[in-house]
Write a protein that binds this ligand. Structure first.
Ligand SMILES: Nc1ncnc2c1ncn2[C@@H]1O[C@H](COP(=O)(O)OP(=O)(O)OP(=O)(O)O)[C@@H](O)[C@H]1O
Length: 297
């Protein structure tokens, strides 16, 4: 028998968090396990719930924002329980990157019969990152995306607002340091991803795996309108790194400095100001099988 705590965000996605959590709890109990429900009461309460949950598996039911907060709570523990994931957000980047089924029956099956896999979690100053960090025009575009926009238009809204922001031609001189390199770039945006999935598009960074121990860093060139439109196919087909003028590298550690404070958006949610220091941490997650890891039960 496994003890599960289900942390759910009632306002994630299309506001079905509570119904979803009840269905997951019933399925777990029917399989002979215990399931405790914990509803998030306000922004960031998921972190405290995850930090204090008495469970073998802490399940985040929501989108990347909810998973981010649950991961932050688990990383505050000496011996973190396993992380389980049920997609219930709008974009659900991380669960897509892990290959977790997006429909509830498949996601519950994965939770019950999946494998334990390592999961890279970035630390960014005092925040954590499970999926994507943006800095520059893409971060500004993400600020302009409301929960209502996401519910109405889905991931495409990021593409629309991002393209719009790029056309405004703002750019910044940034300095990026990895343990072995330094880059100074005049750029419109920096995007860092942990997995192949960005904005819900799973072709974005084909080389990125959720447990490869690396940040995948894209530093964009300055683009005019025409170049922005020409960049879209690169974005959608997984060739973003090959966009002319793009700097792409992977690293285990990174610092980013800007001449004046810029706000980075992490997992579409919390904001962190430059300078940024990114380091790598690890959790264990229940996900579809790979060659590595062992069964949950
Ligand atoms: N009880 C609550 N009341 C209001 N907001 C909440 C509550 N619990 C969590 N939140 C906030 O809800 C926001 C959205 O959550 P989440 O990211 O999980 O869903 P989403 O935005 O629909 O999914 P995705 O990030 O995959 O697009 C987060 O900013 C989170 O802090």
């Amino acid at each position: 028998m496994t003890a599960y705590t289900l942390i759910y965000n009632p306002h994630a996605g299309h506001n079905h968090g509570r119904t979803t959590a009840n269905l997951v709890a019933s399925a777990l109990r029917a399989a002979g396990h215990t399931a405790t429900l914990a509803e998030t009461s306000r922004e960031r309460s998921a972190t405290l719930l995850a930090q204090t949950a008495l469970a073998d598996v802490v399940v985040a039911i929501g989108g990347d924002g909810t998973i981010n907060q649950v991961a932050a709570g688990l990383l505050n523990r000496k011996r973190p329980p396993l992380l389980g994931l049920i997609p219930a957000g709008t974009v659900n980047n991380l669960t897509k990157g892990l290959g977790i089924p997006q429909l509830l029956p498949g996601a519950i099956h994965t939770l019950l019969a999946g494998h334990v896999r390592p999961l890279d979690v970035g630390r960014v100053n005092s925040a954590v990152m499970v999926s994507t960090l943006t800095l520059g025009v893409l971060a500004n575009a993400a600020v302009a995306v409301t929960q209502r926009d996401k519910q109405k238009f889905g991931p495409l809204v990021y593409l629309a607002k991002g393209t719009n922001s790029l056309a405004r031609h703002q750019h910044w001189q940034l300095t990026l340091h990895s343990p072995h390199h330094q880059w100074v770039r005049d750029t419109q945006f920096v995007l860092v991803t942990m997995t192949n999935s960005v904005g819900g598009f799973t072709h974005f960074a084909p080389d990125a795996a959720p447990d490869d121990g690396h940040f995948h860093v894209f530093v964009a060139p300055k683009l005019n309108w025409r170049q922005t439109l020409l960049a879209l196919p690169y974005f959608l087909t997984g060739n973003f790194a090959k966009l002319p003028g793009m700097t792409y590298f992977t690293t285990t550690r990174l610092t980013i400095q800007a001449p004046s404070a810029l706000q980075a958006r992490i997992d579409g949610d919390p904001s962190v100001s430059t300078p940024l220091t990114l380091t790598m941490a690890r959790l264990s997650v229940i996900a579809p099988s790979t060659a590595r890891g062992g069964m949950v039960h």
